[in-house]
Design a protein around this ligand. Structure first.
Ligand code: SF4
Length: 175
């Protein structure tokens, strides 16, 4: 996702999901490393905040819920506070709780490795996901700051809780 394409997600899915019937999608928010960092350094404006992307992503998911599509897009490099209710679609936002041991018996905690590249603020202490969430990507935070981090005070309802799939479930339950 970048400043050139984030407003066109619905058109993208109308073309690639509905017309060409592609089936697997991942919406990736960029890390501000490599070429993204270089672009920022030379005053490029290709970056876009997660908050700016969020309403367009929600609209894009409606394309999937409308047809009750079983595999809506996954989200990479997002946190629940930006898109509450979409947590089940997010990759890598919560702790792995995994220890990796190499053949020499040396241990590496995957969460410590991940957290070396993420950041949290005092606001996170008020968030219902504070124990699970590993925080924002640090390169993004260096570029855009952390003002967008807003704690979630209650577990949000799933974005698709009131979609056609749920209505069908309720219909079946009642018959
Ligand atoms: S813990 Fe912090 S970064 Fe994670 S969802 Fe909550 S407010 Fe956002």
């Amino acid at each position: 996702m970048n400043d050139w394409n984030y407003k066109h997600l619905v058109e993208f899915y109308e073309l690639f999901l509905l017309k060409h019937q592609l089936s697997n999608f991942v919406i990736i928010a960029p890390l501000y490393e490599g070429n993204m960092k270089l672009n920022a350094k030379v005053g490029g404006k290709i970056g876009v905040t997660l908050t700016e992307m969020a309403p367009y992503i929600k609209k894009a998911y409606e394309v999937f819920t409308k047809i009750n599509y079983p595999k809506p897009p996954l989200l990479l490099h997002f946190t629940p506070c930006v898109l509450p209710g979409y947590e089940q679609q997010m990759l890598g936002w919560s702790a792995f709780n995994t220890m990796v041991v190499n053949p020499l018996g040396e241990k590496r905690d995957l969460d410590q490795t991940a957290q070396a590249h993420t950041t949290k603020t005092d606001e996170c202490k008020k968030c219902v996901y504070n124990d699970r969430c590993i925080g924002w990507d640090a390169s993004y935070a260096r570029y855009f700051g952390t003002d967008e981090i807003k704690p979630i005070l209650e577990i949000p309802e799933r974005y698709d809780a009131r979609g056609p799939r749920q209505e069908r479930h309720e219909g079946r339950g009642g018959s």
